[in-house]
Design a protein around this ligand. Structure first.
Ligand code: SF4
Ligand code: SF4
Length: 101
């Protein structure tokens, strides 16, 4: 029997997993802390941010929340530390640092 992503946890034996741990339904990334793969982490410097929102659509993991037209600090549950946001920010409001540095 194929398990759904929501039924798989750290106690699930390998015999109940699909070959290669494949997941067959969509929209499952919200279930997982994919951000814990990060080796680099973006750091937000709000004093430099002009809320131009350029970084928001570039983030491949939708990890830059916007509330009432202003960007907030990162959603680290899903941010994978790719650094695209730091690269596109024209105002040096984001820097990229090593995790744990
Ligand atoms: S480092 Fe990458 S994944 Fe994380 S917030 Fe920036 S663009 Fe998104
Ligand atoms: S690109 Fe830079 S200045 Fe613009 S909203 Fe993002 S962090 Fe702020």
């Amino acid at each position: 029997m194929i398990k759904k992503a929501s039924e798989i946890n750290e106690t699930t034996p390998w015999q109940e997993m699909t070959l290669g741990g494949e997941i067959y339904e969509g929209g499952t990334s919200a279930l997982f802390n994919t951000g814990d793969w990060r080796t680099m982490i973006p750091v937000y410097h709000p004093e430099n941010c002009k809320h131009c929102m350029l970084c928001v659509p570039y983030c491949p993991d939708s990890s830059i929340p916007v509330v009432e037209g202003k960007r907030e600090d990162f959603d680290f549950m899903h941010c994978k530390g790719c650094g695209i946001c730091a690269k596109v920010c024209p105002f040096k409001a984001i820097s990229l640092e090593k995790v744990g540095a």
